[in-house]
Design a protein around this ligand. Structure first.
Ligand code: V47
Ligand code: SF4
Length: 376
């Protein structure tokens, strides 16, 4: 592999990767600045195969958002999804019965996970979320409930005048299984203030996750890239996630999110290119040596690039999705859902092995329409 390298700066990094040595902040910057995308990708592929062999994970999930009404509707400049109140065009709010109806449909279709997030709703009380989780768990105990970003949890705690720990505890008791990785955006203070002034800080986001992990609730992590952030901001974000993972070990997957500018206050910016998307997947695989999984989130990367990303560090295609709203509000042209057949076709064409997983990366076994997780 050494004689295929066209960027001499990458030789030392390759040596570190081969000896499983941790990369430094400076190495991260070097990787992002390199034009030798194939070497960066090959190195990420080494780590990806070391951790996950030839497997590509996916799950049968459904996204069901409860509401896009958000007190920060005018503050997150990258968001095309939020609305001020229910009277605004495109606003929605699901009552518990309507949510349960959608969930029943998901269950009938063999879903193993419901992924649900929303805006920072000004009025829905903590009891709404607790009852929703409780009734879902009662109705479909096998289905894993991946609900509420760290930012939403912080907001619910404030509304309920409870500590974050107490709020997390109540959510867990009600049936919360897992926390999705959204709301992380970009941690670097100055950039964060420019793209989402007034939002929970990066340290605040990390602290909610720290407390969740301490209570035994596992989560994912994200980074929103391709807007005004610098390369140093991206590396800083990855290093801070790596530090928290050293401390708690609670993160399961990292999901790099490609910015979609349409209908946002940053619509003058261009979308991240294919190379930028592949580089973010590869560099995150290389920097996050203590994360088991990197997702190629096809809704944001595009289906075709997600397939290629499987050779650039990603080992997980996310899921079948159905009804994604956040990226589609911002102009995504990807489909609303992918069938298992299509995911399997995409994966097999790369020469890898598609593996249906549950939320915790246990393999799923299906027999005669019934499924169970094979606990490793
Ligand atoms: O929190 C908002 C981001 C996130 C835009 O944990 C945008 O497995 C791009 O977190 N362009 C929600 N991104 C999505 C998310 C997620 C998705 C899939 C899997 C997982 C997981 C998590 O999307 C938001 C925000 O960071 N976002 N607007 C936009 N215009
Ligand atoms: Fe609200 Fe989340 Fe959109 Fe920000 S990104 S405006 S918190 S829905």
């Amino acid at each position: 592999m050494k004689n295929l390298i066209t960027d001499a700066n990458l030789h030392k990094i390759l040596e570190k990767i081969e000896s499983s040595e941790r990369l430094s902040f400076e190495d991260g910057v070097t990787l992002y600045n390199s034009d030798d995308i194939l070497t960066v990708g090959r190195m990420a592929n080494i780590v990806r195969e070391r951790k996950n062999g030839n497997k590509v994970y996916y799950n049968i999930n459904q996204h069901i958002d409860y509401s896009n009404i958000c007190i920060l509707h005018a503050r997150c400049h990258f968001c095309a999804y939020a609305r001020k109140n229910i009277r605004e065009y495109g606003a929605f709010e699901l009552n518990i019965e309507a949510f349960l109806e959608k969930a029943k449909y998901a269950q009938k279709n063999g879903c193993t996970e419901i992924h649900s997030v929303g805006g920072l709703h000004p009025a829905l009380p903590l009891e709404y979320y607790l009852e929703l989780l409780h009734r879902l768990k009662e109705m479909m105990p096998q289905v894993q409930l991946k609900f509420l970003t760290a930012v939403e949890i912080h907001h619910l705690a404030r509304l309920a005048k409870l500590s974050v720990r107490e709020t997390l505890f109540k959510l867990k008791e009600a049936g919360l299984d897992f926390i999705p990785g959204g709301g992380a955006e970009i941690f670097a203070e100055e950039t964060r203030k420019r793209v989402c002034p007034g939002k929970l800080s990066g340290e605040g986001w990390l602290d909610v996750m720290r407390q969740a992990h301490q209570l035994g609730i596992r989560s994912n992590a994200t980074m929103l890239y391709g807007h005004i952030e610098t390369i140093e901001d991206r590396v800083d974000h990855l290093v801070r996630l790596r530090e928290l993972q050293d401390e708690t070990g609670g993160f399961m997957a990292f999901v790099p999110l490609a910015f979609h500018p349409a209908n946002t206050r940053m619509s003058h910016l261009s979308e991240p290119t294919g190379l930028t998307i592949l580089k973010n997947i590869a560099v995150s695989r290389l920097m996050l040596d203590n994360f088991d999984h990197i997702k190629a989130y096809w809704v944001m990367s595009g289906v075709k690039l997600a397939q290629i990303a499987l050779s650039f560090g990603a080992d997980d295609m996310h899921g079948t999705v159905t009804e994604e709203k956040i990226t589609h509000a911002a102009g995504a042209e990807t489909p609303n859902a992918l069938s298992v057949k299509e995911i399997v076709r995409l994966v097999k064409e790369t020469g890898r092995v598609p593996v249906e997983r549950d939320t915790f990366y246990n393999d799923i076994v299906r027999e005669n329409g019934i499924w169970h997780a094979k606990i490793a």
